[in-house]
Design a protein around this ligand. Structure first.
Ligand code: UD1
Ligand code: UDP
Length: 360
């Protein structure tokens, strides 16, 4: 039996890994060992996903978090290397573009252990984003590159991946798999709509946590101004990332309504299903808005999910107060009709696992 070692550490990775782990468990020829780097650690940023989504408990939790990028990535690299030397897996799987992703891929490749990167090929072409650095480097040292979209495959082609000793495979988006699978259960599993008194109410669903927004004072102030203004005419549900909560408090930025704590995935799906619009800087939420037929206003200057902006389902506003409000006025309450399949068929996890088994 072959051993796959999965390295995850941040919220979106738990959701992505859940979609693949579920398939691995049905296979007799491979077994998964899960390493949690500890990057995210609050109950509702981490544990809740393992419980709700039935992800096996991590075999290791390295408890590395709350540090500068270099310190965090460096400590993860050192600790993951030790785990890999002990476990001797046949392959390492990493997801997305966080510091945990890069540390896992780098530790494995230095030990000549092959790496499978799920969500390969995405580019924002903004090298100031930590995620862009992480994903470019991870792609280059991975053997199996699982792309969610045609755009991702094209990006890798343009970077010359045909000449590299790696396989580029278009499989669809594991987040779409997760949305379909867990979306069937969310109405039973979540009471978010009742708990938050949102029955028959129109509300905007908002998240903000990206470093490019939180760490530039003017950008965060400008975003909060837009949300305060929108709140005058609509309920705004803002499950707030701890990073943003802390910065709002430290800088005494005035938010005219109460944010809520981050929510679990079932609550999030129910909020997505019932909201009038998504306003976000999250990568995952841009697609989830689309999965649940909602328009999205994205408070960033670029996106990796360009198919959504090309079709007009998503609008980039940066942090500009006026443009965010304009996006709200244009899109709120409208739903996407005749959505087409931009992210596969909900079987990306199955395709990934099948291809790994063949490869090994
Ligand atoms: C990370 C990813 C980002 C991803 C996001 C998902 C990198 C470079 N960034 O950003 O791409 O979009 O996760 O949510 O890897 N914190 C808590 N409790 C937690 C988690 C974080 O208090 O459970 C605090 C940390 O102490 C830290 C801050 O939030 O001070 C930022 O956390 P960090 O993991 O460094 O980056 P994220 O902003 O979460
Ligand atoms: N999410 C969640 N609860 C929250 C906020 C986000 O379950 O309070 C989910 C969201 O539905 C998506 C994922 O977390 O599946 C996205 O994570 P995040 O926005 O933190 O990271 P990004 O996608 O920007 O890397």
């Amino acid at each position: 039996m072959k051993k796959i070692l999965t390295i995850i550490g941040a919220r979106p990775q738990f959701i992505k890994a859940a979609a693949v782990s579920r398939i691995i468990r049905n296979e007799n020829s491979i077994r998964e060992v899960i390493v949690h780097t500890g990057q995210h650690f609050d109950f509702n940023m981490s544990d809740i996903f393992f419980t709700e989504m039935d992800i096996p408990r991590p075999h290791y939790n390295l408890e590395i978090n709350s540090m500068s990028h270099g310190a965090m990535t460096g400590q993860m690299l050192e600790r993951i290397e030790q785990v890999l030397m002990d476990e001797k897996p046949d392959m390492v799987m990493v997801y997305g573009d966080t510091n945990s992703t890069l540390a896992g891929a780098l530790a494995a490749s230095k030990l000549h252990i092959r790496v499978a990167h799920v969500e390969a090929g995405l580019r924002s072409f903004n090298m100031l984003m930590p995620e862009e650095i992480n994903r470019i480097l991870t792609d280059r040292i991975s053997s199996l590159l699982y792309c969610p979209t045609d755009t991702a495959v094209n990006n890798l082609e343009k970077e010359g991946y045909k000449n590299f000793d790696s396989r580029v495979l278009l499989v669809g988006d594991v987040m779409y798999d997760a949305a379909i699978f867990y979306g069937k259960q969310s109405a039973q599993k979540s009471n978010a709509i009742n708990r938050l008194n949102l029955q028959n109410k129109s509300f905007v669903l908002c998240t903000v946590h990206r470093q490019e927004n939180t760490d530039v004072p003017d950008r965060l102030t400008s975003i909060i101004s837009a949300l305060n203004e929108i709140h005058q005419v609509s309920e705004v549900i803002l499950p707030l990332h701890p990073r943003t909560r802390k910065i709002i408090q430290d800088r005494h930025i005035s938010l005219s309504f109460d944010p809520i704590e981050p929510v679990g995935y079932f609550d999030m799906i129910e909020l997505l299903k019932h909201c009038s619009l998504v306003i976000t800087d999250s990568g995952g939420m841009q697609k989830e808005a689309y999965f649940f037929n909602k328009y999205c206003v994205t408070m960033r200057d670029q996106t990796e999910w360009t198919e959504l902006t090309d079709y007009g389902f998503n609008r980039l506003t940066g942090s500009d107060t006026k443009r965010i409000i304009e996006g709200f006025r244009n899109f709120s309450g409208r739903s996407i009709e005749n959505a087409i399949s931009l992210y596969g068929r909900g079987d990306a996890g199955e395709k990934i696992v099948k291809s790994i088994i063949e490869y090994l």
